[in-house]
Design a protein around this ligand. Structure first.
Ligand code: ASP
Length: 421
């Protein structure tokens, strides 16, 4: 009986963790330790991450060019862009507010004993004009080589619009891009087949290193972030999806399990992007026009899980140092964390660096980050899973409102599923 991919990824994850924990508890002789953890597991995990990253720029360029060309014909580009960005900002602001509320109820920073600190450099809020100017690529090839996603997105949208406007010549190139898009989707499916092995390797490395002592010391902080992430995933997203679209949120969450698992294991919404895009199109039923724009944009600017960590961390650090925050400070945190989410690169651990910006705005000591760094690895995994689920949720909502969602695909549990014998 063929086993579906989600189950195989789950098995890879569980086995990897068991092996990793076992290695941590009962260290192997040096030779095997080096061979198995440093060579096989780390090498395998890195290859898997590289295969995912390999797909990101080509996929976004081709898929979004096709999407923008179709949208250009309907004249919907502006409206769609406005809706998508508006929803991304709204869900992030809700996420920080929820995090601040939960942290103020649970008080994670009160009564915490000594925690080993680390020094941290403050990150200044970027200049707004420069940030906007830098969205436009001076050299698209450079933008692709550097993986500058916002610049690649702008270039692809403009190229798609030009394809649509260029009559016969546009039509010829357009059909080439459409074919290339199909081929890239196949390529992702091929990469997706190795996911269980990649996840196994990543989990062995994680399990052999995870610091249980730190987690125990910062248990309340850890629990507050984790609990708020779960609340956002299981209450806020489902409610928004139901209210805006009337769709069954459980069906949506079930279909998003694979991107969630890949995001959890890689801690990178950027690396997960090919899997998210494929899932949102082929399993959830969002048209290429909407998915190709909303998903890459979301992976770049929408980080609800990261914003949740930042909200809880701000309250935690304020309480730890005994600094009182007023209502105006909380409003500033909501604003800065929402902006920081836009500026956070979709790779592991950057959310913590961007937290310096939030702390700086409300005058909290940035050394506070040293307190929570020990448990950030695991929280990064969880928040990245929430980040990608939020991207898909907004893409689905926008698609439903624009008549760009294929309900028969959404309702078919088998649609777009990857099987393995
Ligand atoms: N790892 C997160 C992501 O890629 C970003 C972060 O919170 O550090 O979505």
């Amino acid at each position: 009986m063929p086993m579906n991919l989600t189950n195989r990824i789950l098995i890879g994850m569980a086995l990897g963790l068991v092996v990793g924990f076992a290695i941590q508890g009962f260290p192997l002789p040096d030779f095997f330790q080096t061979f198995f953890v440093e060579t096989v597991a780390r090498g395998g995990g890195d290859i898997f991450l590289r295969l995912l990253r390999m797909m990101v720029v080509p996929l976004v360029l081709v898929s979004l060019t096709c999407g923008a060309a179709s949208l250009g014909a309907t004249g919907k580009v502006g409206r769609l862009g406005g809706k998508t960005i508006g929803l991304y900002l709204m869900t992030t602001a809700i996420a920080v507010s929820l995090a601040l509320g939960m942290a103020l109820i649970i008080d994670p920073g009160l009564g915490v004993g000594e925690v080993a600190g680390a020094t941290y450099e403050a990150r200044e809020a970027p200049d707004i004009v420069e940030t906007i100017v830098k969205i436009f690529p001076a050299n698209p090839v450079q933008a692709m080589a550097d993986g500058q996603m916002l610049q690649v997105i702008v270039f692809a949208v403009l190229l798609g619009l030009a394809l649509n406007a260029a009559g016969e010549a546009g039509g010829r190139v357009r059909s080439f891009f459409d074919d290339l898009n199909e081929i890239f989707m196949k390529l992702i499916t091929m990469v997706i087949h190795v996911t269980p092995y990649g996840v196994f390797c990543l989990m062995v490395t994680l399990g052999s290193r995870v610091g249980f002592a730190e987690i125990a010391k910062l248990g309340v902080y850890f629990f507050t972030v984790a609990f708020t992430l779960v609340m956002h995933l299981t209450l806020v997203y489902p409610t928004l999806l139901k209210v805006f679209t009337g769709l069954n949120p459980l069906t949506y969450l079930r279909k998003m399990r694979e991107p969630m698992l890949v995001a959890f294991s890689t801690s990178s919404s950027g690396a997960t992007l090919p899997v998210t895009l494929r899932t949102v199109e082929k399993r959830v039923g969002v048209s290429n026009n909407v998915a190709s724009f909303a998903v890459p944009l979301g992976a770049t600017i929408n980080m609800d899980g990261t914003a949740i960590m930042q909200g809880v961390a701000t309250v935690f650090i304020a309480q730890f140092y005994g600094i009182a925050l007023g209502v105006d400070d909380f409003l500033l945190v909501i604003l800065t964390a929402t902006m920081a989410s836009i500026g956070t690169a979709a790779v592991p651990g950057v959310g913590l660096i961007m937290l310096t910006m939030v702390l700086d705005q409300v005058g909290l000591p940035i050394e506070g980050i040293g307190l929570i760094i020990g448990v950030d690895r695991l929280l990064d995994m969880m928040r990245t899973a929430v980040n990608v689920t939020g991207d898909g949720m907004v893409a689905t909502t926008v698609a439903a409102s624009e008549n760009e969602l294929d309900k028969s695909v959404f309702e078919d549990p088998e649609a777009g599923r990857v099987y393995e014998n």
